[in-house]
Design a protein around this ligand. Structure first.
Ligand SMILES: Cc1ncc(COP(=O)(O)O)c(C=O)c1O
Length: 331
């Protein structure tokens, strides 16, 4: 299938235009020089999605809020830790779309409003703090909260799992369509694409998009949260849901299109490694681009290390998924 046909598949879904697309695709020549790669290295600037502090979840929110509007929701509920990028972007997206939004944080109210909390305050967000608790308990609380709103006659739309749902990940199917079009327009050959794997929605969308468009590149998923086998299972679940949702690629074997890398994860979510922190300084010093500790620096290290150790031999692109808001609380 070519990108025009893939766009027809996506056109069946109601999408709100919230971000600024396409995001830039450009070379990172100083990083390439540092790695000694013979092949060009690129960056896809999804930190510049054009709303709030930018980042990947704007793409998910375009589809999810499109669904919310179609279902005539009158309030959007998002939840996460205080520094959740998704929560801050949901606030900005709802403000732009004229939707009410309530944010539920499984944290205590911080004494100082910084990073994404500051952005939320500036955006006039309705933030509720339910105390520190595991994510699954927060999700249960939020479900109950939505039922109460319904009993009061409201129509809440719940953003689940940090916007990493099959519908939300259509945003990354679209990102790959966009990337393929950019490669065509810039006449560049891309062999490898490096993306982060958190809850897996971004990666699943990218893999499905690569399958749908017949993209020439291999997708490298750098897990920053789950163990390899666990993330592979999550991805396979998402890919099955995307097949159902779109009615496309039935029986397709996705495994050959991607690799999950566990070796850059360190001790798990939010626990940086020395090498990943080095990337933050390197990218700022070499290219004037900022990344953060949880998602983007580990993913960049995945690409840099794979190029340096020769497991990746060809041109490669790093997908910068944003997270700028959280950076200011990480040092
Ligand atoms: C900046 C950033 N990058 C990457 C991700 C990972 O996306 P996913 O959860 O879809 O794997 C997230 C998720 O919150 C994020 O905030």
């Amino acid at each position: 299938m070519n990108t025009r046909q893939a766009k027809n598949v996506l056109a069946d879904f109601h999408r709100l235009e919230l971000g600024t697309f396409p995001t830039p695709l450009h070379q990172v020549k100083n990083i390439q020089k540092k790695t000694g790669s013979r092949f060009p290295l690129y960056i896809k600037r999804d930190d510049l999605t054009g709303l709030g502090a930018g980042g990947n979840k704007i793409r998910n929110l375009e589809y999810l809020l499109g669904d919310a509007v179609r279902k005539k929701a009158d309030v959007v509920i998002a939840s996460g830790k205080c520094q959740s990028n998704l929560c801050a972007l949901a606030v900005s997206a709802c403000n732009k779309a004229n939707l009410d939004c309530i944010i539920i944080h499984n944290d205590v109210r911080p004494e100082r409003m910084e990073g994404n909390q500051l952005l939320n305050v500036l955006s006039g967000a309705d933030m509720r703090y339910i105390g520190d608790m595991p994510d699954h308990e927060r999700e249960a609380y939020v479900e109950e909260f939505c039922r109460e709103l319904e009993n009061q006659g409201r129509h809440p739309y719940l953003i689940k799992n940090g916007a990493s749902t099959a519908l939300g990940s259509l945003g990354y199917v679209q990102a790959v369509v966009e990337l393929c079009d950019q490669c065509g327009a810039q006449e560049l050959q891309l062999d490898h694409l490096f993306v982060p794997g958190g809850n897996g929605g971004l990666a699943a969308g990218a893999i499905f998009g690569a399958a749908l468009t017949g993209a020439p590149f291999h997708v490298h998923v750098v897990t920053v949260e789950h163990e390899k086998a666990e993330l592979e299972e999550i991805l396979s679940g998402f890919l099955g849901e995307l097949q159902q949702l779109t009615g496309q690629l039935e029986g397709f074997c996705f495994e050959k299109l991607y690799t999950v890398h566990e070796e850059y994860r360190g001790e798990g979510w939010g626990r940086p490694t020395k090498e990943s922190v080095d990337q933050i300084y390197d990218l700022a010093k070499e290219e004037g681009i900022f990344i953060e500790k949880v998602y983007t620096s580990k993913t960049l290290y995945g690409m840099v290390d794979s190029v340096e150790n020769g497991t990746v031999n060809g041109s490669a692109c790093y997908l910068h998924s944003g997270g700028f808001g959280a950076l200011f609380t990480q040092f």
